[in-house]
Design a protein around this ligand. Sequence first.
Ligand code: AMP
Length: 601
Amino acid sequence: MTKFEALGLKQSLLNAISDLGFESPSEVQEKAIPILLESETDLVALAQTGTGKTAAFGFPLIQKIDSDSRTTQGLILSPTRELCLQITNELTLYSKYEKGVNVVAIYGGASITDQARQIKRGAQIVVATPGRMKDMIGRGLVDISKIDYCVLDEADEMLNMGFMEDIKDILSNTPKEKSTWLFSATMPKEVAVIAKKFMHSPQEITVGTKNSGATTVQHEYYVVGGRDRYPALKRLADTNPDIFSVIFCRTKRDTQKVAEKLIEDGYNAGALHGDLSQNQRDLVMNSFRKKQIQMLVATDVAARGIDVDDITHVINYQLPDEIETYTHRSGRTGRAGKSGISMVIVTRSELRKIKAIENKIQQDFISKKIPTGMEICEIQLYHLANKIKDTKVNEEVDNYLPAINDVLQGIDREELIKKIVSVEFTRFFNYYNKTKDLNTSDSGDRSERGRSRDGDSRIPADGNVRYFINVGEKDGYDWMSLKDFLRDTVNLGKDDIFKVDVKDSFSFFNTDAAATEAILKTFTEFKVDGRFVNVEVSKNPGGGGGGGGSRGRRDRSRSGGGRDSRDNDRNKGRRRDRSASKGSPSSSSGKRRTKRKSDFF
Ligand code: AMP
């Protein structure tokens, strides 16, 4: 494997890299750093966020500037304040062993006088958002007439946000003789226009596939009636107790409304949109980073530059107008080598949009079903049992044990367990008991109904037995390997096991009733690596946890972990968790929803 040493970086930068704990360069770094170090060239790099592109341009830039001079030599334009600050922080860390290197961030929503003062002190590298940069140039507060390097970071996002004219203006204030390095996740024609107009024979590198979403992201869609979007969203959250997600809405008004409803319903949710003050947005983002907010409901513009690496799910509450926007949304998950899931809630009439996105991103979607109420109850119950099992005993409890034993005396173990889990479970049960199925047939050629998620159409509708097994993702299984394990262990045929649904620390699967005896017999006192592997018949014979057709793809649905269960709709406000309500205005913007053009669909 290539090491940073081989890329041509100087020792002081290698020391900083070592302090950062980066062991080997990412693909974009491996490709871009030697090119940028070796020659004065323009560069177009197609790379998603989360690929390490800041370091790909940051290290060469720091190595190339003259730190003895106070002249501004490098300008980095980035779409948002968050990204601007993130880049500045990273560059400051990269240059920790360089003498006299100054990196200054300039962005809207903060004092322009302070920023001008910092520039005046001498900033070899300026990281800026286009709007504030243009403003400062106009007022003569910054001089970029002598820069040698200009980086356009997330160029497609900047142009999406309408910064085309600002960028052109800014670039017209820079010298002709300079190197321009353009980084973009996608290459829409506007970016190509910028590249053509302002760059000279740029070298081109591509990380992953051009115009495609990150391959670590699994794309799923759920077909529901138009009025069921919100209950569907709640079910998706309840099926994934450990969810840490961004939920995208199309308008600020919807964003605010969905966040408020989630907060009322007891979820750890917050809103992020342009009608909030900078201060409110900072509060929400801080809570999200600390995971006090598990569901961040955001508009596309406000979500740009979210620099959080371990988002497990992106949920498209509504699809965006443009496919490029979908790519940006789904790119918020599956970052830094982790896998992620991008879920889309669609109505039947929107299904053609899924097809259009598939064509564009060159990846298939998996058709999934919103879990039924009882499936969610079951998932939550097992999740709760696991949570109890994994809870570390607090020794302080010892002091109170005699009194607690007095209260609980006379209740036997089984009864006690039932009571403990009922404390949480009953809330879910009361809410979901008797709720309707939210799925609408997705009809036509896309329909996968009646098939198992692993694509087996010969499953009988009746006579299925569903099982619970106490191993899951944590034990290294996915649906395929678990199926293989069960088949080999019980000695069953290739198609005898279906609807395999692997969760974090447990799983479900189905067989025909004829196989039940063999399965239960095999898994009596059955151990793997000294640990009991236990199989029980599940009360719910359906497909648990968001099953559905799969078009032969792997299912990596996530669940398990440690989050509290929540109240039902009718229990509004009773159980407010640490929500971001403080950071949100109490009412929505009140603006009318404008009709949008549909460029791609
Ligand atoms: P970026 O694409 O620049 O937003 O980087 C995504 C994340 O990956 C940041 O948190 C970086 O600190 C981290 N990162 C960048 N390069 C490496 C590397 N070579 N090894 C490990 N982490 C990295």
